[in-house]
Design a protein around this ligand. Structure first.
Ligand code: ADP
Length: 174
């Protein structure tokens, strides 16, 4: 059984195997949760991201794709970077957001993580509605977990504030 749960908190302090970063396609840090993760992880994380940009992802990580790095000084072992769709750039297809969650879980299981924490991808600067993000996130994670029995112990949504937390609590209850 894989637990799927929602808590309010700061994802950088989560003691899970892998935390997911709502990155941008350049993978070099940014604002919001991306900035918080890079600040807490330290320069090693940025260095690993630079190496990814120098290699396979030289054109940037596409929207909906995910890639793992180490986690620098964070308590987690891996950071999984995914790029959410940006509504302000007309990226409104729910399948792109769903892909962020499913590809991140694919990558988590590839590296051997058994516990994964997600932020509310695209619910900040990228302009998606909190309830829509929560519904897509919960449905996608439940479907992935159903299709991959025994792969993960826990998937935890870590939400930064009461309103976004409530959106996920409601989505989990429906
Ligand atoms: P995006 O660009 O994908 O919208 P943002 O970082 O702007 O990403 O916001 C995504 C969500 O992450 C928002 O709900 C924001 O409040 C939240 N967030 C910001 N900092 C943290 C943090 N330290 N831990 C967890 N969530 C965070």
């Amino acid at each position: 059984m894989t637990e799927v749960e929602a808590v309010q908190g700061d994802i950088t302090t989560e003691r899970v195997d892998a935390i997911v970063n709502a990155a941008n396609s350049l993978l070099l840090g940014g604002g919001g949760v991306d900035g918080a993760i890079h600040a807490a992880a330290g320069p090693e994380l940025l260095e690993e991201c630079r190496r990814l940009r120098a290699g396979r992802w030289h054109d940037g990580l596409p929207v909906g794709e995910a890639v793992a790095t180490g986690a620098g000084d964070l308590p987690a072992r891996w950071v999984i970077h995914t790029v959410g769709p940006n509504r302000h750039r007309g990226q409104t297809d729910p399948a792109l957001l769903a892909s962020c969650f499913s590809r991140s879980l694919d990558v988590a299981s590839e590296v051997g993580a058994r516990s994964v924490a997600f932020p509310a991808i695209s619910a900040g600067v990228y302009g998606w509605d909190a309830d829509e993000v929560a519904d897509i996130a919960v449905a996608t994670v439940r479907s992935w977990v159903h299709d991959h029995p025994g792969q993960l112990d826990v998937v935890r949504f870590v939400l930064f504030g009461p309103a976004i937390h409530q959106a996920f609590v409601d989505a989990l209850a429906s």
